[in-house]
Design a protein around this ligand. Structure first.
Ligand code: FEO
Length: 131
C-alpha cells in the first residue's frame, strides 16, 4: 500500500503545480516501497537522485511563478525550499558514503515536510497563481 495517496485536499488550485506535487508524492512512495522491499543501494540511488532533481525543478518552476505573480511571501517561501534541498542533499551525501541508510525516519521526514509545506505554505499562494 502506498505511503501517501494523492488527494484533492492537497490541491493548490494550479493544475501544473498539482501535477508536480503529485509526482513528488509518487517518488516518495517509490522510496518507501524500495525501503520495505530492502532494495540495494544501486536500485535506491536513482530514485533518490530523481527525487532531488525533480524537487529542484519543481521549486524553480514554483518560484518563477511566484515572482511573476509578485507574490509577497516569495522570499520566505524560497528559503523554505533552500532548506529542504540542503537537507536532502546532505542525506544523499551521507547515504552514498554509507553514513546513513534509508529508514522510516527519513521517509517520514520527506513525506511530512512535503505535505506540510503544501498545506501550510504552498496553499497561501493559491489566490495569486490559480490556473
Ligand atoms: Fe510546491 Fe513550495 O513547493
Amino acid at each position: 500500500m502506498a505511503l501517501v495517496t494523492w488527494d484533492e485536499k492537497y490541491s493548490v488550485g494550479n493544475g501544473m503545480i498539482d501535477k508536480q506535487h503529485h509526482s513528488l508524492v509518487d517518488l516518495i512512495n517509490q522510496l518507501h516501497d524500495a525501503m520495505k522491499e530492502g532494495k540495494s543501494k544501486e536500485k535506491v540511488k536513482p530514485t533518490l537522485d530523481a527525487l532531488l532533481k525533480y524537487t529542484k525543478e519543481h521549486f524553480t518552476y514554483e518560484e518563477q511563478r511566484m515572482q511573476a505573480a509578485n507574490y509577497p511571501l516569495f522570499s520566505e517561501h524560497k528559503k523554505q525550499h533552500e532548506g529542504f534541498v540542503a537537507k536532502v542533499e546532505s542525506f544523499i551525501t551521507d547515504y552514498n558514503s554509507g553514513k546513513a541508510g534509508l529508514n522510516f525516519s527519513i521517509i517520514n521526514f520527506l513525506k511530512d515536510w512535503l505535505l506540510n509545506h503544501i498545506a501550510e505554505s504552498d496553499k497561501k499562494y493559491r489566490s495569486y497563481m490559480q490556473g
